[in-house]
Design a protein around this ligand. Structure first.
Ligand SMILES: [Zn+2]
Length: 89
């Protein structure tokens, strides 16, 4: 029983120490000016998948894209006018 009690005390002490260390390491790291490289500027971060409009070259979120199947391939456009221009060519 004494062994178990000692084990529990050491275990909780290590747990608290580990939590304190994590807080100290990451808490100070985030508050300092040197923030790690942001990846939010990528077009993929809009929402899920993005497609490149073959007509105008802009990236469109899959939820907003105008899809058109041409033969075996499916194309995604930013607007219906882009799709019409692409199909007219
Ligand atoms: Zn377009």
């Amino acid at each position: 029983m004494t062994f178990l009690a000692r084990f529990l005390i050491i275990f909780t002490a290590l747990l608290l120490l580990g939590r304190w260390l994590l807080k100290k390491l990451f808490g100070t790291a985030s508050s300092s000016s040197g923030e790690p490289a942001r990846k939010s500027s990528r077009p993929k971060s809009i929402q899920g998948q993005t497609f490149k409009d073959p007509q105008c070259g802009m990236y469109v979120a899959s939820s907003l894209a105008v899809s058109q199947r041409v033969g075996e391939e499916e194309y995604h456009f930013c607007s219906a006018s882009c799709r019409d221009e692409f199909l007219a060519e």
